[in-house]
Design a binder for this molecule. Sequence first.
Ligand SMILES: Nc1ncnc2c1ncn2[C@@H]1O[C@H](COP(=O)(O)OP(=O)(O)OP(=O)(O)O)[C@@H](O)[C@H]1O
Ligand SMILES: [Mg+2]
Length: 264
Amino acid sequence: MAEESGAASINGLKEAIKCSTGNQDLNYYMGGGYEAGIITTIFGPSGSGKTNLALLAAVRMAETGKKVLIIDTEGGIAAERITQMLQNDLMKTEVLSRLLFFQPLSFKDQEMVFHRFSDINWDEIGMVVVDSISMLYRLELGRADAIFETNNSLGRQIASAVELARRRKIPVIMTNQVYSDFGKSDGVKMVGGDLLKYGSKCLIELQKGEGVRALLLRKHRSLMRENEFVFKIVGKGIEKVDVGASAVSEDAFASSDAKDLFGL
Ligand SMILES: Nc1ncnc2c1ncn2[C@@H]1O[C@H](COP(=O)(O)OP(=O)(O)OP(=O)(O)O)[C@@H](O)[C@H]1O
Ligand SMILES: [Mg+2]
């Protein structure tokens, strides 16, 4: 669903191509959708909907006929969930065949996946998803002797992802779990924070509430949003929740100091 038409150019600087998030209301909130050419990082606590959002965009992209590379580092993606999200069950086999999965089991394997990208026919690829960039990184960081090399590897992977998004003009969607910082009340930290903060031109925070979730645009190249986008996860994907009608208050969400912690 890349909207190539109407992409105006100012002295060679093109307007960003947008790809559907899989939900019209969220597309509107996001100024059209996820931007091609950059990394978008979706971060939030466990169960906040990161995988759902990334998968929804991937399935909708595959439904347009393009392929999607999905690096699933957590084994968090269920085939059943993909099937539920399909708009047309008759297209199931074709759509599933366009989702190309890589499932690295170690952080070293994860970096190898980025190296293998050179063999791929990029004309067919509409999007890359990394869910998540940080789980295997965190496991590797647990080894005291590996900190320097592990951080270097994360830096190389993010640099590769930045380059491929720009060169191939496709969106790269990464997810990243935050963890509580027990030294700071209610604080959350984004793993590998600075590297991802600077590598991602769009940062989306998810917060988990009771039955509903909030999405906050923390960094964007051309948008400033005062209000969060409140949604719930449903079979086909996500649905906007009208905050006024359902009286969802900000207090309903787990509070996070991510904004302060990242200086966003
Ligand atoms: N078909 C469905 N209908 C409604 N809710 C669903 C459906 N499938 C999954 N969910 C909800 O999605 C939530 C999990 O979301 P998701 O896996 O996207 O979280 P996450 O942020 O990726 O978490 P983690 O960091 O642990 O990977 C669960 O609370 C689950 O109830
Ligand atoms: Mg997940």
